[in-house]
Design a protein around this ligand. Sequence first.
Ligand code: ZN
Ligand code: ZN
Length: 202
Amino acid sequence: MAQRDHAPLPTPADFTPEQRAEEIALVRAAEEEARELLIHKQPGPALRTYFATVPRMAMACGEDSVEVATSWHGMAEGLICAEGKLPVAKDALREAFRIRHTLGKGSRLDAAMTRELYGMFHELMGDGQAAKEVRMLGAAKSEMRCGFYECPGGLFSSAQLKRCSGCGCIFYCSVECQKKSWPHHKQCCLIVKASLAAKSSA
Ligand SMILES: [Zn+2]
Ligand SMILES: [Zn+2]
């Protein structure tokens, strides 16, 4: 059987700085559109876009680059906020976490944002213990995020944050942030509380 000739895929070394900058801008524009699709509850087309943009970013910048981590994080964030497609969100989160937290690439704030998003994911899955554990990874470094995802504050030490008294797996910098987060957290809080109660009575 005749072998099909495939052109080798480009690698970051094949891009000039100008070409790379242009590719990053194009990918980010496409990801903006995917984000809009998620907001309008069209996860299918949004996912198809992300599955095209992430490899493009990896070709231009490298698999372990901060740019790719931003793509993975954005994809996970969009999916989690749209509250669907959670298994796919997990894959995206794992990659963002690997690059930002494990490899320590990019800013400490970005790493903390990804840990917090991972916490939100575990909450949605009803796994309060895992949510707490991933959030606490930042505690040793005093690099935790407030559990209100849009909190304007930056990085916090665990002493600066207060635990949710309902589930104990999410941390807030202020009563205001806790109140703002409650409409989103409420359902998770009840699920986590119920699962903790079930575990302790088992
Ligand atoms: Zn806050
Ligand atoms: Zn709670």
